[in-house]
Ligand binder design. Structure first.
Ligand SMILES: [Zn+2]
Ligand SMILES: [Zn+2]
Length: 418
């Protein structure tokens, strides 16, 4: 893949025509975007998994210190988390911007000259772009701090892709200590053109839950499946049943839900003559409701799954054990904050803000903040030329260099006009 290097330059950023909402910062914004893109390339080449973002975190802290930030707030058991801020000493709201730091497992296949130098890890969710945009935002806002009101915090959060991260930060109480009133974040959106941002009010992403189903029955010789529980066949039926539950047992028009199986295990290698007695099925449930809450007199998702799976297994003389653990709650864009922020922001922002209604079944740990504090989460356009079209979490995921100026401008428009 190395022979297919693509040269990325900043020519398009530097020649971009920009109409800034705050005067005399046009050149500064371009310079900051170039700085941000340089930091992105550095972070991108050395991706680190959740809670192990030591080099990334060190680079960002050093840059923030060079900019002039002196006060950093620690989160217990989250050493790679960086929180810093600017206090204008003038009356005004206290807001925070959040970016993630962690990469994902997988070998990058973009062929870019600044591709991951770590074979097993790559930034396939764009968190390096978000962190670099936030770093650029912090740099630009710091230089404009005399024009600021209230306080602004910058949260560089570890471990979005794994457990802990946003929930650790929320549970630490730091957001209350700092009296943060609103939090804003953005996320790379594959295929969305550079310069375009999308945001809609209310529920935008589902909550996640994870399940494990253990099935146990009677083993038999492969020649006589009728004397045992025929666990592999039963397992197939259970998979068909649970993945059909949202459409067959729930009204998906009012209860959006997706149940997907991601792992199946049964039998022993080379045991061609034995039908095994056990199997394990794992997967995820994405829904906007709690799996434990009944919905308008209808049973909860947990109850539906338990009852249906148990009945099916019993009919084949097998027992089932179901465990469902909760992941992130649904992500909510606060309606009032949307109404007070977006109309003005749409006038200031030099790109386009699309407010078409959106709901997805993905989940995001930004939801832990949205559960506690009015927040807004933006989708940021990253696609231009041949970059930014591959899906997030794919090994050929990329971000176009012209993205950075729009990300920084969006955050600065919010910060300077809140
Ligand atoms: Zn991701
Ligand atoms: Zn992500």
């Amino acid at each position: 893949m190395k022979s297919n290097h693509r040269k990325i330059t900043l020519v398009s950023i530097l020649t971009a025509s920009f109409f800034l909402s705050f005067s005399q910062t046009k050149d500064q914004l371009k310079e900051t975007a170039a700085y941000s893109f340089e930091k992105y390339k550095q972070i991108h080449q050395y991706p680190e998994l959740g809670k192990r973002e030591f080099k990334t975190s060190e680079l960002i802290k050093k840059e923030l210190q060079t900019i002039g930030f002196t006060e950093f707030y620690e989160v217990p058991n989250l050493p790679t988390c960086i929180i810093t801020g600017i206090d204008s000493k003038l009356e005004g709201t206290t807001i925070a911007f959040r970016a993630e730091l962690d990469a994902r497992p997988g070998k990058e296949s973009t062929g870019l000259e600044y591709a991951s130098k770590i074979d097993s890890t790559n930034h396939s969710c764009g968190h390096d772009a978000h962190a670099s945009i936030l770093l650029g935002t912090a740099k630009l806002i710091y230089s404009l701090k005399n024009k600021l009101k209230g306080k602004i915090y910058f949260i560089f959060q570890p471990a979005e892709e794994t457990k802990g991260g946003a929930d650790d930060i929320v549970n630490s109480g730091i957001l209350n200590t700092l009296k943060i009133e609103n939090i804003f974040a953005l996320h790379s959106t594959s295929g969305l053109p550079v310069g375009k941002v999308n945001i809609s009010p209310g529920y935008i992403m589902a909550g996640s839950n994870y399940f494990t189903i253990e099935i146990e029955g009677k083993e038999s010789h492969a020649a006589t499946p009728y004397v045992g529980s025929n666990i592999p066949v039963l397992t197939g039926k259970v998979i068909e049943l649970i993945t059909s539950i949202p459409s067959l047992k729930m009204d998906v028009s009012t209860r959006p839900c997706v149940i997907s199986v991601t792992y199946v295990e049964s039998g022993k290698t080379n045991a061609a003559n034995i039908i095994p007695s056990t199997s394990v099925i794992k997967g995820t449930i994405r829904a906007y409701e709690s799996v434990d809450s009944p919905f308008q007199n209808q049973p909860s998702i947990r109850n539906i799954i338990s009852k249906e799976v148990e009945q099916l297994c019993l009919a084949q003389n097998a027992a089932s054990k179901i465990e469902i653990t909760k992941g992130s709650p649904p992500t909510i864009n606060n309606n009032l904050l949307f109404d007070t922020t977006i109309p003005n922001l749409s006038k200031l922002f030099s790109g386009t803000i699309d407010t078409s209604p959106y709901r997805g079944m993905f989940s995001e740990d930004f939801s832990y903040y949205t559960e506690n504090i009015p927040c807004l989460y933006f989708g940021l356009g990253i696609a231009k030329d041949k970059l930014g079209f591959a899906n997030v979490h794919s090994n050929d995921f990329s971000v176009h260099p012209d993205t950075f100026i729009y990300g920084i401008e969006l955050f600065c428009d919010i910060a300077m006009h809140k």
